[in-house]
Design a protein around this ligand. Structure first.
Ligand code: ATP
Length: 363
């Protein structure tokens, strides 16, 4: 069992900086949990506290059923894979992988068996006699993973392990890590600032900002039901569009009034607004680029095309409305030119509304 429990964990560095604030998180056995957030949000500090490389200022850290606050890193049955791989340059791949096992006095034949198995899983069995400098970035990354696998840890901790790879290799390694997780059936905790990596790899995602957990959920829920404005803006590329709006009640429905234009909310959303006492309140309306469509009718928002970015079958269309820029994702078959006036409509089933003061989602 390698369930992790983080209870009210805080980290205050010696200079007084409060980097991690009241983090309360359960990571289930065999889960692939991603800690994601912008630079400086406290994700590496959290991971290092799990590893035991950083002292906890307050709170309780449990691995399995054991309180590990004061347990040394080597006794936590975890393995950590770093961004820079940290391989020993003068040792062969085999010796790099064997190093920790020799220190633990594991018999030679078992070391050999474990390395053989891990090398096959990672497809590096042809490289065992090479030195790290004779390997590509992706191969080095595999060796770093191999060195972790042979220790048979209960928990794998990874800190941006793919950030030194080029874009193509990164995508390939993402798929390999998912496969590896399925094959090893152990708990993975993975730190990244890249929301695409988080969305594609995690069984669950923990979004952090300013040392505080913003939301913990599966990727679909994080994307479709962001808990607040920060999560809504951080997850998704291109970013969700945000527009100031006022909610008014008329003609038996609820309308979001945006700069004089009106958008009728779905009946389900209207009843949530009424029960939450949001009628006549100023809110922030969020709409993802794929939920804005160009329409032929005359009842849409009149906007001006700025730039189009061809992505393949889709294009990102940047347009301005009342002096502010927004992005829509449209079918590339539609021909648009700079400055062209078009009408767009928001999919009112898929809009998001946020409280202007608390920035929490209200739908
Ligand atoms: P990045 O993606 O840039 O690595 P992160 O989310 O992993 O960011 P952390 O490395 O956990 O962030 O750092 C969190 C905050 O704590 C940052 O503001 C950082 O400057 C600060 N910090 C990190 N280490 C120390 C330290 N030893 N002393 C003081 N402050 C620190």
């Amino acid at each position: 069992m390698a369930k992790l429990e983080l209870r009210n964990i805080n980290k205050i560095y010696e200079n007084g900086f409060h980097a991690v604030k009241d983090v309360d998180l359960d990571i289930e056995d065999k889960e692939f949990m991603i800690l994601v957030g912008p630079s400086g949000c406290g994700k590496t500090t959290t991971l290092r506290m799990i590893a035991g490389l950083e002292e906890i200022s307050s709170g309780d850290m449990k691995i399995g059923d054991h309180l590990v606050n004061d347990v040394a890193p080597k006794d936590r049955n975890i393995a950590m894979v770093f961004q820079n791989y940290a391989l020993y340059p003068h040792m062969s791949v085999y010796d790099n992988m064997a190093f920790g096992l020799k220190l633990s006095k594991i018999p030679k034949t078992e070391i050999h068996e474990r390395i053989d198995k891990a090398a096959k899983i990672l497809d590096i069995d042809q490289l065992l006699t090479r030195k790290p400098k004779q390997l590509s970035g992706g191969q080095r990354q595999r060796v770093a993973l191999g060195r972790a696998i042979v220790r048979k840890p209960e928990v794998f901790l990874m800190d941006e392990p793919l950030s030194n790879l080029d874009a193509k290799l990164r995508i390939q390694m993402r798929a390999e890590l998912i496969r590896l997780h399925n094959e090893l059936r152990t708990t993975f905790v993975y730190v990244t600032h890249d929301q695409t990596e988080a969305m594609t790899m995690g069984t669950r995602i923990c979004v952090m900002n300013n040392g505080i957990i913003q939301q913990v959920s599966d990727p679909k829920t994080i994307y479709n039901k962001p808990a607040n404005l920060f999560v809504a803006g951080f997850i998704g590329a291109p970013q969700m569009n945000f527009i100031d709006a006022k909610l008014v009640e008329k003609e038996g429905g609820i309308f979001a009034v945006i700069e004089g234009s009106e958008l009728r909310l779905s009946d389900e959303n209207a009843s949530k607004i009424k029960s939450g006492n949001y009628v006549n309140k100023e809110v922030i309306l969020g709409v993802r680029p794929e939920d804005i469509k160009i329409i032929d009718a005359d009842n849409g928002l009149k906007v001006k095309v700025e730039v189009t970015e061809l992505l393949g079958s889709d294009s990102n269309v940047y347009f301005t409305f009342k002096g502010k820029q927004y992005i829509a994702k449209e079918d590339s078959a539609i021909n648009l030119s700079y400055g062209q006036e078009i009408q767009v409509a928001f999919n009112n089933e898929r809009i998001h509304l946020f409280d202007k003061e608390s920035e929490q989602s209200i739908l």
